[in-house]
Write a protein that binds this ligand. Structure first.
Ligand code: PGA
Length: 256
């Protein structure tokens, strides 16, 4: 089954205008394999600057701009929030939705996340839907139940057919920013569970959804992770702030 690979950079609340420029010129020289797309998700104030610099530098077409969050509401009295229409205006193509930091620190529920996914799709953007279990949930063998409970509300709200335009990032919470990566075998087994869970609703769609792995991915471990059958790229935090390291990660990805 042919699937595109995606490497997405989640800068979180880090980065600067100089880093935007450095990243764009760095990425313009990276050799990407066929069927690989790269997405850079800086903080909201830098989105326009990325779009402008990317245009001026003639950034290669398979490198895209992403946001880290969005409101599920269309517009109105939601101080501090950003709408999908606004993201569209500044040339954003992808939106990270339901990152574990949004779920744990900002108390986003799986239902709210599902409505955000719906809003993103309605605006013609691509959601990168994040799911993942905590360390406790992994050790008490609840991983599958937790992932199912995060996926099902999205299936209920948008319908399985719409997953053809969704990217999923599996990020075990215990691996995020900790240097503890899931082993390639563990990551592959969990990705297979996710694909089978989607396949129960629609096998054709399930086989087409790019499943990214995230959690302490770096230049040293990306190759082995990306070589797994059901791992179609990665969502990269810390290592995406270092241009040279991120370039290595991007060039390790292979579309199937
Ligand atoms: P990390 O973050 O690569 O720094 O672990 C990944 C993420 O939170 O998306």
């Amino acid at each position: 089954m042919k699937r595109q690979a995606i490497v997405a950079a989640n800068w979180k609340m880090n980065g600067s205008l100089p880093l935007i420029k450095e990243m764009i010129s760095g990425l313009n020289s990276v050799k990407l394999a066929e069927n690989v797309n790269v997405v850079v998700c800086p903080s909201t104030p830098f989105l326009s600057a990325f779009a402008l610099n990317a245009k001026n530098e003639n950034l290669q077409a398979n490198i895209h701009l992403g946001a880290q969050n969005v409101s599920e509401h269309k517009s109105g009295a939601y101080t501090g929030e950003v709408s999908t229409d606004m993201l569209n205006e500044v040339f954003v193509n992808y939106v990270i939705v339901g990152h574990s930091e949004r779920r744990s620190i900002y108390k986003e529920t799986s239902t709210q996340v599902a409505h955000k996914v719906k809003a993103v799709l309605n605006a013609g953007l691509t959601p990168i839907l994040c799911i993942g279990e905590s360390e406790n949930e992994r050790t008490s063998e609840q991983t599958d139940t937790v992932l199912a409970s995060q996926l099902q509300p999205v299936i209920d709200v948008i319908g399985i057919e719409k997953f053809i335009d969704v990217v999923i990032a599996y990020e075990p919470v215990w691996a995020i920013g900790t240097g503890k990566t899931a082993s390639p075998e563990m990551a592959q087994a969990t990705h297979l569970f996710i694909r089978q869970f989607l396949a129960n609703a629609n096998e054709l769609i399930a086989n087409k959804v790019p499943l990214l792995y995230g959690g302490s991915v770096n230049a040293a471990n990306c190759e082995e992770l990306f070589a797994q059958t059901d791992i179609d790229g990665g969502l990269i935090g810390g290592a995406s702030l270092k241009v040279d390291e991120f370039k290595i990660i991007c060039s390790s990805a292979k579309g199937s």
